[in-house]
Design a binder for this molecule. Structure first.
Ligand code: ADP
Ligand code: ZN
Ligand code: ZN
Length: 726
């Protein structure tokens, strides 16, 4: 008797385990490759899962196992290396493996349809002598059918031949399978435009990254230093070898302009992947990457899991950007996994930024990564001058000092453009009653409601709550309602009144939602007529404003004082990025920063010595405080509509965790999340911290095994965030 064959399958259910099934009746053992999709009965439903491994035994009695219904693929959609990476990620981020598989496959494949991601495997006659086959036998009939031309397995089955017949032919050496070659991009005559002549630092960088073997490199280059040109020339080297490039960009960095830059340079097809695509578009881009047809694949976070037929290089642009970390569900870091993927595929990975994350900078300073620097702005451009305007005890008009307004007026009069940055969209971030101090608070979140005057609404920026803007106080009926604080809409209105002779353009999420208007707006700005731009951090990424010579940062103080240990790093990055918008062309730029704490050491360091120096200072602080990247963190969160329920669960689980800790692992909390209430749920956190990644991992794995066995009411939710982005 032959040993039983047990299929271990990852199913899209929220459990950190695999499920055992028997193979479908009559299935060909050769079809049971890890990574293929399998349709199985699950309770009363049918689910599409992924085969993880085949085993000879199960903990469940054989008689109780159900057979799978069908193996859906001839070839696994994810090649073994990527499949292995996804499994590794499931275990590292402590996320249910079936949910991870569902997250990394394009949605077109999740329901069990679409099978044409690469050329289908075909069967053909070998040309050996079929003399041994009996006249009138099924085998001879199939052999003759295959002599007419190659057929896929499905067509063979459809013509009434069982897998056994095909197998017998193959065993006799009369039939064989093959995957027809896809149409890869042409690796000759690639250049559609002449590359720029590199400056010395760029040339060093391009030479330092060698295709064909793993290396991890931090490319630390100030804004406008020509990192993109370095990427392009590295990609050129890789394409010439017939290999593909994967480029990851931040969510708001994936603009048509970015994509166009890659398309202009090379003749090969460029596949673009982001969450805004329709399922079909996304799938066809994914497929052209998997088949090796696209030379370049550009995408946001989730593009990290795109299979490449011939992987050649991975580039993560603006690697410090927080959009590379998934904030819910499968909370992975695409940047960290990019390094791991490159290692497994034995290709170089380049992490580029003007303002590297402290994690990446630390890796470079520890010489775990190569460290390349671009210190000069490319071409003629000069770095902008930074100055602070001390607003302490100064009268501000709509958030602006008179010095700032004068500087803006001068700059506009010289025919230049001015950019005003502030981090709040809407008209005002709060509404308060002058008589009874009533405030507009979201009923579902611990957050103030933002005034949106154009649409006459109060809106929550943390959930989708909105209500009509009241014209009298809901508490005391007073009509003295005050709009407190400055949002982009308010600045826009004020500036339009102050500078009536110049156009004012607002760029934030509200104005961006009208897509075509954004395009004409950008075109208008590129023409170079004097104007004012007002916006949020959307201004700081992806867009180039060569005619802007003055950048005004209205308020930086919230970044100096915050409970989040990453806030100073974030502030430094944002400031440097916004500043980088100015003086990119031949016009030098100036940055004016308003602060009531002009003497703050972090701000002074940033002004005097730039982000580079600030980052090193912050690293020293992190080391002294025992924070990442010198330790590893995980956040265990519980959420419930009743704050007591969430807090109590974490008290109890904190005790459990203490008992499960490896030595050196430390548990702290519970305490309320940075934003305690959101969308109706109160959130509490436990922090788990360790100087050893593996000790933390082991502790968390043990804890998850425990937590999953706990029966919790449906409305009491918990989640674990490994390496939280803060
Ligand atoms: P980054 O990505 O570092 O912000 P970019 O690659 O966008 O910088 O380059 C900024 C500008 O400098 C672009 O207009 C680019 O065409 C130009 N540039 C880059 N490298 C060179 C070079 N070697 N010679 C001349 N101009 C260059
Ligand atoms: Zn009132
Ligand atoms: Zn809300």
């Amino acid at each position: 008797m032959t040993a039983p064959v047990i299929l271990r399958i990852a199913l899209p259910v929220p459990l950190r385990r695999l499920f055992d099934y028997l193979p479908p009746a009559g299935s060909d053992p050769a079809s049971l490759q890890p990574g293929v999709r399998v349709r199985v009965p699950f309770g009363r439903q049918q689910l599409t899962g992924v085969l993880v491994e085949v085993q000879a035994s199960s903990d469940i009695p054989l008689a109780k196992l159900r057979p799978a219904q069908a193996i859906l693929d001839d070839e696994p959609p994810l090649p073994p290396l990527l499949f292995g990476l996804a499994q590794w990620a499931a275990s590292y981020y402590q996320h249910p493996p079936g949910e991870v598989m569902a997250a990394v496959l394009p949605s077109a494949l999740r329901d069990g349809s679409a099978q044409d991601w690469h050329q289908q495997r075909l069967w053909r006659a070998t040309g050996a002598d079929p003399g041994l086959l009996r006249q009138g036998s099924k085998q001879l009939a199939l052999y003759q059918a295959l002599q007419q031309g190659p057929l896929p397995r499905a067509a063979i089955a459809g013509a009434g031949f069982s897998p056994a017949v095909l197998k017998a032919l193959a065993d006799k050496g009369l039939a064989e399978s093959f995957v027809p070659a896809a149409q890869p991009f042409a690796s000759t005559d690639l250049l559609a435009e002449t590359p720029l002549v590199l400056n010395e630092e760029q040339a060093v960088a391009v030479a330092a990254v060698v295709p064909g073997r793993f290396s991890a490199t931090l490319l630390e280059g100030v804004t406008g230093s020509g990192k993109t040109e370095v990427y392009l020339q590295l990609i050129g080297k890789v394409l010439a070898r017939g290999e593909q490039a994967l480029v990851l960009v931040p969510e708001i960095g994936l603009t048509p302009q970015t994509v166009a830059r890659f398309q202009r340079r090379f003749r090969c097809p460029v596949a673009v992947l982001h969450s805004g695509l329709a399922e079909g578009e996304r799938y066809s881009a994914w497929r052209s990457a998997a088949r090796g047809e696209a030379g370049i694949v550009i995408g946001t976070r989730s593009a990290l899991f795109t299979p490449l037929a011939h992987s050649g290089i991975i580039i993560v642009d603006e690697e410090h950007d927080s959009s590379f970390k998934q904030q819910d569900g499968f909370r992975y870091s695409a940047r960290d996994l990019a390094v791991l993927r490159a290692q497994r595929e034995n290709v170089p990975v380049v992490l580029g930024s003007a303002t590297p994350s402290l994690e990446t900078l630390h890796n470079a300073l520890q010489q775990r990564y190569e460290h390349l620097r671009l210190t000069q702005r490319a071409g003629q451009a000069r770095a902008p001058l930074l100055e602070v305007i001390d607003t302490n005890r100064k009268v501000l008009t709509e958030g602006m000092s008179s010095e700032l307004l004068t500087a803006m007026r001068d700059e506009l009069a010289r025919g230049n453009q001015v950019l005003v940055f502030l981090n709040r969209r809407g008209y005002a971030p709060a509404v308060v009653c002058a008589d009874c101090r009533w405030q507009g608070i979201c009923p579902h979140c611990s957050a103030r409601l933002t005034v949106h005057r154009k649409t006459r609404q109060l809106r929550c920026h943390h959930c989708d709550y909105m209500e009509a803007l009241p014209d009298h106080c809901p508490q005391c009926d007073s009509t003295r309602l005050e709009y407190v604080g400055i949002g982009t809409q308010r600045s826009e209105q004020f500036l339009a009144a102050q500078f009536a002779e110049y156009p004012v353009w607002r760029i934030d999420r509200d104005s961006m939602s009208r897509r075509h208007s954004l395009h004409s707006m950008l075109d208008e700005i590129q023409r170079g007529q004097p104007c004012l731009l007002v916006g949020t951090q959307m201004l700081a990424k992806g867009h180039h404003f060569p005619h802007v010579t003055l950048v005004a940062i209205l308020d930086i103080d919230s970044g100096l004082f915050s409970a989040d240990f990453r806030s100073a790093e974030k502030m430094g990055q944002l400031l440097e990025q916004v500043a980088g918008r100015a003086g990119r062309a031949e016009k030098p730029g100036k940055v004016l920063i308003q602060s009531r704490f002009a003497e703050h050491p972090l701000l002074q360091t940033l002004l005097r010595d730039g982000y580079q120096r600030l980052a090193r200072l912050l690293l020293a602080e992190r080391q002294a405080a025992g924070l990442p990247p010198y330790t590893y963190l995980a956040l265990l969160r519980a959420e419930h509509a009743d704050p007591q329920r969430a807090r109590l669960l974490l008290r109890e689980w904190g005790q459990v965790l203490q008992g499960l800790c490896d030595s050196g692992v430390h548990v702290a909390g519970p305490w309320p999340a940075m934003m305690e209430k959101r969308a109706g749920f109160y959130r509490f956190d436990l922090q788990v911290k360790s100087p050893s990644r593996s000790a933390l991992q082991k502790t968390l794995a043990r804890f998850c095994a425990y937590a999953e066995t706990q029966k919790l009411p449906k409305d009491l939710r918990w989640s674990l965030d490994v390496d939280p982005a803060g």
